[in-house]
Design a protein around this ligand. Structure first.
Ligand code: ADP
Ligand code: MG
Length: 292
């Protein structure tokens, strides 16, 4: 594109809260054919709240919440924050973990009142040789509602399931419809489980989902799409997302996200909503049309 059309495109972007890192970023965005969206904090608000507590006998709801809050007290995961907030509101944060270990993309292991407590995904329990089978029907029911089931085991036995839910941002569904209108394929990527991811994808009109992707594998999934000949735009907000943003043909960071994501991105969407993706691609297409 000519320097003038780049200047015009960059200026229009800035007024719409879209910051292009370079002229190349503004030019290359028009070639994208696939948009990969992180779920938490990108499609959803990223502020999950605790919605359900299903304790297995002999544990009561309060027992379970007290143990889990103690185990999660030192975790920085948004899901941990949600659990601890509810426990605090109910006066159940009087117990402290004596050992704590966070397992990336899976959950936490802790020792609470001399009990071994595991909190997280089906895989976390599997890895410890614990049969999560008895918790499966409840977990499946919660996940079908688009909530994230958090499985709990105490001393090697299933002890219950909590659920945490995040709300979809107001304009996510409309923005995804607009991406489809531009002829783009839209894919959701998440560390969350298949069922929860599928329920949320259905709500926002996404038909392709990559779920249960461990943080360090997100970039590999982008590479796989590129190997199929696709030009991939990746949209994310978290520390986890930085390698995938860097790997994509164009990385788009949600402006309300972490600095690490913004540093790795080619385009920053200041407003923090998905409509910015649509505007950025329209601007790029308009800029490239002007030179032909
Ligand atoms: P995402 O940011 O896409 O939700 P993560 O890789 O951070 O994915 O986590 C994947 C899944 O691992 C979460 O959906 C959750 O089920 C589980 N998990 C991660 N951290 C914790 C934690 N501190 N407590 C409980 N579960 C967790
Ligand atoms: Mg995330």
């Amino acid at each position: 594109a000519t320097p003038l059309s780049i200047m015009v495109g960059t200026g229009r972007g800035a007024r719409a809260g879209i910051l292009f890192r370079s002229a190349e970023a503004l030019e290359a965005a028009h070639e994208l054919d696939t948009i990969v969206l992180d779920k938490t904090g990108t499609i959803t608000a990223g502020r999950p709240a605790l919605t359900d507590i299903r304790a297995t006998a002999p544990f009561s709801e309060d027992d379970l919440l007290r143990l889990v809050a103690a185990a999660e007290a030192d975790s920085e995961h948004p899901l941990a924050t949600a659990v601890v907030a509810t426990a605090r509101a109910r006066g159940l944060t009087d117990t402290v973990a004596t050992a704590f270990d966070s397992v990336t993309g899976k959950g936490v292991r802790a020792t609470v009142d001399d009990h071994r407590v595991l909190v997280g995904t089906h895989r976390l329990l599997d890895d410890a040789g614990i049969d999560a089978g008895p918790l499966e029907p409840v977990a499946a029911e919660l996940a079908a509602e688009g909530r994230t089931p958090v499985l709990v085991a105490v001393d090697g036995r299933p002890a219950g399931v909590l659920a945490v839910a995040d709300t979809v941002k107001d304009d996510s569904a409309a923005a995804i419809a607009a991406m489809h209108g531009l002829g783009l394929d839209v894919v959701m990527i998440t560390g969350d489980n298949e069922r929860t991811a599928a329920a949320i994808a259905r709500d926002v009109g996404i038909d392709r989902v990559l779920a249960e992707v461990l943080p360090e594998r997100k970039a590999d999934e982008i590479h796989r799409l590129q190997s199929d000949g696709r030009r991939v735009g990746m949209v994310g907000d978290g520390i986890n997302d930085a390698p995938a943003l860097a790997r994509a043909d164009i990385g788009l960071a949600i402006g309300t996200g972490t600095d690490v994501a913004i540093e790795a991105a080619d385009i920053t969407l200041i407003a923090g909503s998905l409509s910015g993706v649509v505007t950025a691609i329209r601007l790029s297409r308009a800029t490239m049309r002007n030179i032909r």
